[in-house]
Design a protein around this ligand. Structure first.
Ligand code: GUN
Ligand code: FE
Length: 473
């Protein structure tokens, strides 16, 4: 029997954004965690009871003293939901920051396929993936949707590595059976059988490990997948009731290539839709250049969007219109898209989402477009924080379980420390804009904005997944 306390009560500031446009700052609160269930036991604003009594109130039972631990956050710390990276490629950490002078299709051919093919050797995966997962966790990502490679065994290593480090994840075996180099391609049968074997393996392992790591069906993108491959993958997603991820409308050359490969489809999105790959558990990365039909197909099927602005800037793909996607009823989260994106930081993704939105607004104004309602309002820190947390949880089809700090949700959370060692965020004392504010709530809004625009992994003090501490500085 472990002596670890069964409950922890955090005392301090809670920051989250349960709906788009709502930034909730509870600066004097108590949040209880039940480590047995991995869930938030209860939340009390301005608590008057002791942590021990709060736990008794939340559980309705008398607790012996050693079962409750207390963590008192400093005035520079706050608790927030874990960051959710809705789109990243684990093997692409091998060539981070390289080749961004090339557009997507050339970048894939010159760098991506070559580097990914090295994972044919399972030893490469064994040596490399643990540093990838450590890096993602240290950036405060509690839940990520990973692409692996086409190689079954290396993908199993990736899944096992994630599981051993306690991160929550979707892991996908990449499928490609056409328009791919001869050194990095499978037959249709191999790619479908490999996917089924991968799904079954993970679902079997899951029985022992709380299901933190889940398989996700992963056609790389329509241009590298035959109709038979796409339809077969759609059938597997249904058979095993697992999520799906792919790329959609990232770059103009890619879109015309996709249309060339599937001339009977009236839109890029319907290529996936016709194969039964779109539904409320589907994540479509990018969605930069969307036709009205692409948007309608995603809305009708309930598929979500992973906005990957760092990648879109780096590869010069274009600017996704987040406000338009949201206004059309689509769910939107954020992704790093390593290595199209050069940074595994979701904070960078948040800042880049702001930059992409500003560039888009400027271009629209230059074209003399009339911007109505919220369309002309720049995305703010709270809105991009939503995309990185609750928005991501919604896109991953886990929105009722994750994404905000609410009682009964799973405790995937971060302790942020704005005064951490070598913090890029200035201290309250040295920030006149904050120090002169007497209203505590207003001061926290300013500090939250500074967190979004200035912070990095030095400020991610502690990372919890499913009620468990999985990283600390
Ligand atoms: N489209 C197909 N494959 C990829 C990839 O690896 N990265 C990005 N950004 N787009 C893709
Ligand atoms: Fe990608």
């Amino acid at each position: 029997m472990s002596n670890a306390p069964r409950y922890t009560v955090f005392l301090g500031c809670l920051v989250d954004t349960p709906t788009f446009g709502t930034l909730r700052i509870r600066h004097d609160a108590a949040l209880g965690v039940d480590h047995t269930t991995g869930r938030i036991l209860g939340i009390e604003e301005k608590p008057v009871l002791s942590p021990h009594k709060l736990v008794e109130q939340w559980t309705g039972t008398t607790q012996p003293a050693p079962t409750v631990a207390t963590v008192r956050l400093t005035p520079d710390q706050f608790l927030m939901p874990g960051l959710i990276d809705t789109h990243t490629h684990a093997p692409q950490f091998t060539f981070l920051g390289i080749g961004h002078d090339l557009p997507l299709m050339d970048w894939l051919e010159k760098y991506t396929f070559k580097h990914e093919s090295e994972f044919k050797d399972t030893e490469v995966a064994r040596q490399f993936y643990h540093t990838v997962v450590d890096r993602v966790l240290s950036n405060g990502v509690t839940f990520a949707a990973y692409y692996g490679t086409i190689h079954l065994e290396s993908n199993r290593v990736l899944a096992e590595t994630i599981r051993s480090k306690g991160q929550r994840a979707y892991v996908g075996k990449v499928c490609m059976d056409m328009n791919s180099p001869e050194y990095y391609v499978e037959t249709t049968e191999e790619t479908l059988e490999g996917t089924e074997a991968f799904i079954r393996g993970i679902l079997d392992d899951q029985k022992e490990c709380a299901g933190l790591v889940q398989p996700i069906v992963t056609p790389r993108f329509a241009p590298t997948c035959s109709q038979k491959c796409l339809s077969g993958l759609g059938a597997l997603a249904r058979k095993y009731n697992v999520p799906v991820q792919s790329h959609l409308c990232e770059n103009p050359s890619e879109i015309s290539f996709a249309q060339q490969c599937f001339p009977e489809s009236t839109s890029y999105a319907s290529i996936y839709g016709n194969a039964g790959l779109l539904g409320p558990r589907t994540i479509m990365a990018h969605c930069v250049h969307m036709s009205a039909e692409d948007i309608a197909v995603l809305r009708q099927t309930g598929a979500g969007v992973s906005h990957c602005p760092t990648s879109n800037f780096a590869l010069g793909s274009g600017l996704a219109d987040v406000r338009k996607l949201l206004a059309n009823g689509l769910r939107v989260g954020l992704g790093t898209d390593v290595g199209g994106g050069y940074s595994p930081s979701m904070l960078d993704a948040m800042r880049m989402a702001c930059a992409a939105n500003r560039a888009l607004l400027a271009a629209k104004r230059e074209r003399g477009e009339q911007l109505v309602g919220r369309e002309g309002v720049p995305l703010d820190a709270g809105e991009v924080l939503f995309l990185a947390t609750q928005g991501g949880a919604d896109v991953m089809a886990m929105g009722t379980e994750l994404g905000s700090l609410d009682a009964a949700k799973l405790f995937d959370a971060l302790v942020v420390d704005l005064a951490a060692d070598r913090s890029p965020v200035p201290s309250v004392q040295r920030t006149p804009a904050v120090a002169c504010l007497h209203d505590a709530e207003e001061a926290w809004h300013v500090r939250l904005e500074q967190f979004v625009f200035l912070a990095d992994d030095r400020n991610i003090a502690r990372v919890y997944v499913n009620g468990r501490l999985v990283h600390s500085i």
